[in-house]
Design a protein around this ligand. Sequence first.
Ligand code: ADP
Ligand code: MG
Length: 228
Amino acid sequence: MSADPTTPVLELRDARRTFGSGPAAVHALGGVSLTLHAGRSLAVTGRSGSGKSTLLNVLGLLETLTDGQYLVAGQDVRTLGTAAVDALRAHTFGFVFQSFHLVPYLTVAENVELGLTYQRHGSRARRAHIAELLERVGLTHRRSSTVATLSGGEKQRAAVARALVRRPAVLLADEPTGNLDDASAAAVLDLFDGVTADGVALVMVTHDLQTAARADERLTMRDGRALA
Ligand code: ADP
Ligand code: MG
């Protein structure tokens, strides 16, 4: 990653993503530009089908562009080979989803550790790092509980810990509070505030305008384009 704080961590220039072709083509992204710097948060809103998840998938290198440019820490991802893109994805991004994507029969600590499976870490350093993350998300007392026994709010906080385990530069969250009650949602958003204060950039899709209002920047999508 670039250490230059003036280089945006993420930059899209006229990003386009089309699914299908001919009369059936869907322009999920019809020319979106954005920049995001370290420690900043961006809320993406817009009705269903407007391109929010496509945008998040493009940013997380889970989806490629049909046209336009995407730069991660100043580097044009088109210039990278598959292995370099895989490495960039693994080291730059943490993902949080509405439906948690945790393994229900494993413990909280095991789920968090899963994010590190392919990393070379001494087991002591690994345990200390996981303990620190669980402390941070307020789940130390639940570390040995299986995920299936957690509340929705606890599951999402476990998912945030797992997303942070590789110390990503960017956290990408698709409706992270969509399945939570107000108090649990507020706890997750407070957690995100701490994460951005540590210099991590956050992109969060939400349909909740109050949640969007907490972000540093907002982008409203309509038919694959950003409303001014
Ligand atoms: P949102 O997250 O805002 O609901 P999406 O990004 O999921 O919107 O979808 C935007 C548009 O692109 C929709 O019309 C959707 O049907 C279409 N789309 C998304 N992914 C695919 C895909 N893999 N294949 C075909 N069409 C897709
Ligand atoms: Mg979506």
